[in-house]
Design a protein around this ligand. Sequence first.
Ligand code: FES
Length: 268
Amino acid sequence: MTSSATKPRGVRARAAIAAKTLRTDRWWFAPLITVIGLSAWVAYATVRVFMHKWYWVEDYHYLTPFYSPCVTDRCLPEASHFGQYLPGWWIIPDAAFTLPFLLLFRLTCYYYRKAYYRSFWLSPPACAVPDGHASYGGETRFPLIVQNSHRYFFYFAAIISLINTWDAILAFHSPEGFGFGLGNLILLGNVVMLWAYTISCHSCRHIIGGRLKTFSKHPVRYRAWGYVSWLNVRHMQLAWITLGTLALTDFYVMAVSAEWISDLRFIN
Ligand code: FES
C-alpha cells in the first residue's frame, strides 16, 4: 500500500468512502459568497475603467483611483498629474501604467489565491471536500509558477499607494483655495486602507523581518515586523475592505462628477 507521503504527485490520497464528503455544514457558502463578491467587483471595475468619464471633480480635485495616474491624451489635463504618454484609444485604460500591476498584485496575493482557487477553480472548494479536478499540479509549472512573482508586484503596489496618497493630498482643494469635504474623508479612508492592505502583504512581512537570525540585534526591524505581523493576520479582511473602499471612492467621485449628488463640504 502506498502511503500518502510517498504517493506520486497528482495522485489523490483519500479514504475509500462513497460519499463525496462527510461534511454536513454549509461548506459551500464561503466559496459561493466569494464568487458573487469578486464577480460583482470585477464587473463594476471593468465598466468603470472603460467608461472614460466621470473620474475627476474639477472644483475639488477629486480623482478616482481607477484613473490614477491618468496618462492617456484623452485625460483632462488638470487630472493628469504625471503627464500624458499614451494614445486615448478606448481599449487603453486611462490608468494603463498602474492598473495591470494592481491586477497582478491582487491576482498573485496569497489570500486571493486561496479565495479563487477554492471558489472558482474548486481546488478544493473547502477542507475535507474533494478537489474538482482529477490531478493537482501545484504552482511549480507554467502558468501558476508566475504566482511566485508576487514579491515583485509588492514594490509596484507600494509605489501606486504613494501615488494614491498624493492624489488624496491634492484633493484638499476648493475654488477658493484650501477646502475639505466628505470626498476628502472617503479618499483618505481609501488610502489608509490601501496602505494597511499593502503593508500587511506576506512579502512585505518577509522583507521587514525575514532572514533575520537574531531579532535582538535588529530592534527597529523587530518592532516593525511586529506591527506588520499584526496587520498580516488581518490580511483577508483588508483584502475585502479595500475592494469596498476602492469601489466606494470611485462611485462617490463618479456621482459628484456626474452631478448626481453634491459633495458635502465642511470647509470651503
Ligand atoms: S500576500 Fe496578499 S498582497 Fe501580498
